[in-house]
Design a protein around this ligand. Structure first.
Ligand SMILES: Nc1ncnc2c1ncn2[C@@H]1O[C@H](COP(=O)(O)OP(=O)(O)OP(=O)(O)O)[C@@H](O)[C@H]1O
Ligand SMILES: [Mg+2]
Length: 535
């Protein structure tokens, strides 16, 4: 299919054209009452050059691969604003760590406008780190290479895993230094700056609605809801109080599906504030996220959250519901009987339970049979994994090979115990035998008996399990290796890692090193197991 260089694309600007925005060129931080956004201009950078590019997303958008330097990359760095673009920073508010934070807004993100893809769908293109806006408060509007690289890679990795997410088109180095206190310990240092161009049908967050409700701007609230429905939920029909209710239920449903996916692959978002919740049910804001390595519902990578563990892995389902309740409050002025919004909570709870059940069964190669007994089997597995602290990804991936093989083996009884031992050694972070692995060892034969009840043959079961249990996820230490290379100007590790993450369910035996459990050196190394919000 024909592609165009980015600089030849004509952008549309539905958000800027249809909603009320301020055009004040003043970039000073301030409250922006009465408006859904502020028109802004990116601040140019010294030497924009391309570090990474998502070919597949570019193909979807109909964009040609740009050279390392030139007008396309200048556009992706904010140095060039095309005539058809109306860049803006959205005004949103939010609850951060459970507390109302008031106006936040795009302090370093800027939307450039929308691209209509060859298939007719529209995508908003947004730069993250393109300079200050009225919402920057005391910060600089910039992003460092390490956090931008993490956002670029993880957005795309999540897409390839099948998780609903915003996408990333490019990672561009700015040539400017950005000063950060990475450990919040008073030691500031200059780091290389970078800008990610991300794409999604829309970047509207729960917090955009909260902002309007908090300041009682009901016309703006209604306009934003109507805009969202008309452009992104047109199947619901023309906005009306009844349609608002159905829309809210659909947001709840999509959010549940997103969280179920996170739980299935071991993704921890790390900072599920309401301003980081997409109204489209997409994973948004790849900041201090992490991937479960030792299975532990209490784990969070975010050092800022070590005290309360509000956003730990196992908390995510209930935090999403808490956030949805804040969204319901924001939408209630639009609804004659706000209590009707409660139907969305049930939608969330039921969809989450059903989707998680479904996804976990698929991870185990099972089809629904006896709900109560199977629930027990699944719950016991999660308890056993927690007690063992086994590597989640390796455990499920190895099981996808071992369990079907045992079904097929004529001398299964004899080999079973040895195969289970091997599986646990592969996934264990402690030397075995270890009593913490007892429950898992007991669970495995029970599971195998249940698997024998399946009618599908071992091969079909193995195929299904391999398609549900990724071999390659973006372990934090892998991202850290890519960062260290990129900071030294060596992109080879980043490129190889990105390539591997594009087919995470494939075996790719030549890339085994990217499937390795967290190495010893990475346990205490910043960026590898824990992260601060400094980005
Ligand atoms: N360096 C910065 N300069 C200006 N504003 C910032 C900066 N870092 C964060 N902010 C703002 O602080 C708020 C909370 O930040 P948070 O870490 O959730 O978002 P983010 O990582 O900047 O971006 P996003 O949610 O768009 O992915 C947001 O309003 C964000 O724009
Ligand atoms: Mg954010």
């Amino acid at each position: 299919m024909a592609t165009l260089p980015l600089e030849e694309i004509t952008f549309t600007n539905s958000f800027a054209d249809e909603l009320r925005g301020e055009t004040n060129p003043n970039r000073g931080s301030r409250q922006v009452p009465g408006y859904a956004y502020s028109r802004v201009a990116p601040t140019p950078v010294a030497d924009p050059h391309l570090l990474a590019w998502s070919d597949e997303l570019a193909a979807t958008l109909g964009l040609a691969h740009p050279p390392e330097r030139g007008p396309a990359v200048d556009t992706l760095a904010g140095n060039l604003v095309l005539g058809s673009m109306k860049p803006f920073a959205a005004r949103y508010a939010g609850h951060q760590f459970g507390n109302w934070a008031g106006q936040l807004g795009d302090g370093r993100a800027m939307s450039l406008g929308e691209i209509t893809a060859p298939d007719g769908r529209t995508w908003e293109l947004q730069l993250k780190g393109a300079g200050p806006t009225p919402y920057s408060r005391r910060a600089d509007g910039r992003a460092v290479l390490r956090s931008s690289l993490r956002e670029f890679l993880c957005s795309e990795a999540m897409h390839y895993l099948g998780v609903p997410t915003t996408r990333a088109l490019s990672l561009v180095a700015t040539g400017d230094a950005v000063v950060r206190d990475m450990f919040y310990n008073g030691n500031q240092r200059p780091e290389p700056g970078a800008i990610v161009a991300r794409a999604a049908p829309s970047f509207i967050r729960f917090g955009n609605f909260q902002m309007m409700a908090a300041t009682n701007e009901l016309d703006n609230l209604r306009a934003l809801a109507d805009y969202t429905i008309r452009h992104h939920y047109p199947e619901l029909g023309e906005p009306s109080p009844d349609v608002y209710l159905r829309w809210y239920e659909e947001v709840c449903r999509r959010t549940a599906v997103m969280v179920a996916h996170w739980m299935a692959v071991g993704f921890v978002h790390g900072v599920m504030n309401t301003d980081n919740m997409s109204i489209l049910g997409l994973t948004i804001d790849y900041g201090p996220y992490g991937w479960l390595e030792p299975y532990d519902p209490d784990w969070t990578p975010n050092t800022t959250d070590f005290g309360h563990r509000r956003y730990a892995f196992g908390q995510q389902p209930q935090i999403a519901l808490w956030n949805l309740a804040r969204l319901a409050e924001a939408l209630s002025p639009l609804i004659p009987q706000p209590n009707d919004l409660r139907a969305g909570f049930d939608e969330y709870t039921q969809t989450l339970a059903a989707t998680r059940y479904d996804m976990t069964l698929r991870k185990l190669g099972l089809t629904p049979r006896n709900l109560a007994a199977d629930q027990d089997l699944l719950n016991d597995l999660l308890d056993a994994l927690t007690e063992a602290g086994a590597d989640m990804t390796i455990f499920f991936r190895q099981l996808s090979h071992v369990a079907p093989a045992l079904l097929a083996a004529p001398d299964a009884e004899a080999t079973q115990e040895a195969r289970f031992q091997e599986l646990l050694v592969a996934a264990a972070y402690t030397p075995l035998p270890n009593p913490a692995y007892g429950p898992l060892l007991n669970w495995l034969p029970r599971y195998l008996d249940r698997l024998r009840e399946e009618t599908a043959g071992p091969d079909a079961i193995r195929q299904g399990m391999l398609a549900a249990n990724p071999k390659y996820v973006l372990r934090n230490y892998l991202a850290q290796n890519a960062i260290e290379g990129a900071e030294k100007g060596d992109l080879s590790y980043l490129n190889r890692l990105f390539q591997v993450l594009k087919t995470p369910y494939d075996e790719q035996p030549e890339h085994e090193e990217f499937a390795a459990k967290r190495p010893d050196w990475a346990w205490d190394m910043p960026g590898c197991a824990t992260l601060s919000c400094s980005s």
